[in-house]
Design a protein around this ligand. Structure first.
Ligand code: PGA
Length: 246
């Protein structure tokens, strides 16, 4: 059986003081019977590394540059993230695709450099409400994943995939467990065609996961955990979701 993975995506939230309190609350509830991580804003990575010393909760970032290094003002490289102690990096979050114009190939290039620098990329895919209503869900997520498969080749088995329907992010509308499972099964089938390791890969669900809906989502055969936004900002909620994955 695949061990579940719960990753908090703090987005642009937090402060030195509130992060310390949040991580202390999470640490007080360890150990968890799942893998766990938190993806925090860049300026807080260093403090969070220290706060997580000796913890099983891994650290991650929310994006990285597709470039190795150089004159890219404002960008942060995958090597820098690995250097400061990150294990994970989210790439292709729908907020970056929509607000920062990130396309499928850029996301794939970010996943590639993240892997090359020793990070585990969490590659996000997901359809908008208009795409779902136009019956495009399958085509959209397959197109998004296919760019990554094509760019990584057999290394695709080393990424984590996160299915996040855009209409469910931060809206309080969760995909039903059946809706989510249906898309996860499509993604798993696509991965099976690309790598023998597909059955060991983790496919997370994200979009308004809360303590009260987590267990039924995680009970689905192809849902291997969650990428958690809003609920990852409260220690009690994040811990409850980790318990639901145990
Ligand atoms: P949400 O965000 O849990 O607040 O819906 C999930 C995400 O964007 O990763």
């Amino acid at each position: 059986m695949r061990r579940k993975l719960i990753v908090g995506n703090w987005k642009m939230h937090g402060s030195l003081a509130s992060n310390a309190e949040l991580l202390a609350g999470i640490r007080a509830a360890e150990p968890f019977n799942c893998d766990a991580g938190v993806c925090v804003p860049y300026p807080y990575l260093a403090a969070c590394v220290l706060a997580l010393q000796g913890s099983s909760v891994a650290l991650g970032a929310q994006d990285c540059s597709a470039h190795e290094q150089g004159a890219y003002t404002g960008e942060v490289s995958a090597a820098m993230l690995a250097d400061v102690g990150c294990r994970y990096v989210i790439v292709g979050h729908s907020e970056r695709r929509a607000m920062h114009g990130e396309g499928d190939q850029l996301v794939a290039d970010k996943a590639k450099i993240a892997l090359a620098k020793g990070l585990v990329p969490i590659v996000c895919v997901g359809e908008t409400l208009a795409e779902r209503e136009a019956d495009q869900t399958e085509a959209v997520v397959k197109r998004q994943l296919s760019a990554v498969i094509h760019t990584l080749g057999p290394c695709i088995s080393r990424v984590v995939v996160a299915y996040e329907p855009v209409w469910a992010i931060g809206t309080g509308k969760t995909a039903s467990p059946e809706q989510a499972q249906a898309v996860h099964a499509v993604l798993r089938t696509q991965l099976r065609a690309a790598t023998e390791g597909a059955d060991q890969m983790k496919i997370l669900y994200g979009g308004s996961v809360k303590p009260d809906n987590a267990a039924t989502l995680f009970a689905q055969p192809d849902i291997d955990g969650g990428l958690i936004g809003g609920a990852s900002l409260k220690a009690a909620d994040f811990v409850a979701i980790c318990r639901a994955a145990s």
